[in-house]
Design a protein around this ligand. Structure first.
Ligand code: RAM
Length: 342
């Protein structure tokens, strides 16, 4: 895969303010003590699963934040994005007495008891990317509103297929809180505003590359009239694009959804994919780590109206349901993908 250095682009800079690469300071997981906090805050990131470049990038942001505020960063996680595969990692973090856990949940409930036990033991719990039910965490760092993320994907597929025809969704794990919220909102938008687009199926690749690839193949066999696949997961969209790119469906079936520029670049350049969207996962991790630090320090409690400063990203306010919003999703296409490197 070709990695392009980012070129200065006014638009890119404006939209994803802090995208400029922040190499992890110091190169040490231990962070430094110079950031101004009174004690070294330990923050452990627990993604849905390991081996996903999206979560490698959010970890990069978390690590950079911890280095900046003088904290200790670690990332641990399961191999598979299944509902309760994170439980042993939560238990271990609680036993180790980490100050804060930053979790992307595979299921809104399955890890709830473990999280509450960790909280009883004194660990602050921040969800990011994919929430649990609110009673299991202190704060949720949301990348963008569910409606906004749904809307951008519906807009893209509608434009790409001329607002008409059969489409399918290739999602992540069946219980993933984030994807399920987006899909619900996409369904409502399609129904209300795109009467000639028919959503024929939703299938689940479990954020596993091979499963997602196989599900793409199965969809295309089952629905010969399919015009588009929307994959609201960076793992799924890359696998679907790879399948379509090497098949006779290239040029006939559109693939869009949420992807990382580095994983999608070659499919945009070879014409398989017109346009897809995402936010900056590095900023999301950076913000989540700063929010965790603010909770640990008692600067915020998770009450609506609480404010805190997240280093280079500036000030954020806690909204309803103890949620903090990063920003808006951003669309990538052949005109701008060369400006991004993540
Ligand atoms: C995958 C994961 C993650 C999601 C992105 C868009 O990496 O499912 O939770 O936010 O896709």
């Amino acid at each position: 895969m070709k990695f392009h250095r980012r070129k200065a682009s006014a638009l890119a800079v404006a939209v994803t303010a802090a995208l400029v690469l922040t190499a992890c300071g110091g190169g040490s997981d231990e962070g430094g003590k110079s950031g101004g906090g009174s004690k070294e805050t330990s923050v452990t990131f627990l993604p849905k699963n390991l081996g996903n470049p999206y979560f490698d990038t959010s970890a990069k942001g978390g690590k950079a934040a911890a280095a900046k505020f003088g904290g200790k960063f670690a990332q641990v996680g399961p191999e598979k994005a299944s509902p309760d595969s994170q439980v042993p990692f939560i238990n271990t973090a609680a036993q180790q007495g980490v100050d804060a856990l930053v979790v992307s949940a595979n299921d809104p409930k399955a890890i709830g008891d473990a999280l509450n036990e960790a909280r009883d033991a004194g660990t602050k719990v921040v969800t990011f990317d994919s929430d649990t039910e609110p009673s299991y965490r202190d704060l949720f760092i949301n990348q963008a509103s569910a409606e906004g993320i749904a809307k951008v994907q519906v807009e893209m597929i509608a434009k790409q297929i001329g607002d008409k025809g059969d489409i399918a969704i290739l999602s992540a794990a069946a219980n993933a809180t984030n994807q399920n919220a987006w899909i619900k909102s996409m369904e409502a938008d399609l129904k209300a505003n795109h009467p000639d687009i028919k959503l024929v199926d939703t299938v689940y690749g479990n954020d596993d590359d091979q499963t997602s690839f196989d599900k793409t193949s199965a969809l295309l066999q089952k629905y010969p009239n399919l015009k588009g696949i929307v994959s609201p997961t960076t793992v799924g969209i890359a696998a679907a694009a790879r399948y379509v790119s090497d098949s006779n469906f290239k040029g006939k079936v559109k693939v869009t959804g949420l992807g990382t520029p580095n994983q999608m670049r070659k499919y945009v350049e070879n014409g398989t994919v017109d346009e897809f969207a995402l936010w900056n996962p590095e900023d999301l991790g950076y913000l989540a780590a700063y929010a965790a630090k603010a909770l640990v320090d008692g600067d915020i409690k998770g009450d609506e109206g609480d404010t805190f400063t997240a280093g280079k990203l500036g000030e954020f306010t806690v909204e309803k349901d103890a949620t903090v919003l990063l920003g808006d999703p951003f669309k990538f296409n052949k005109d701008n993908i060369g400006d991004f490197d993540f």
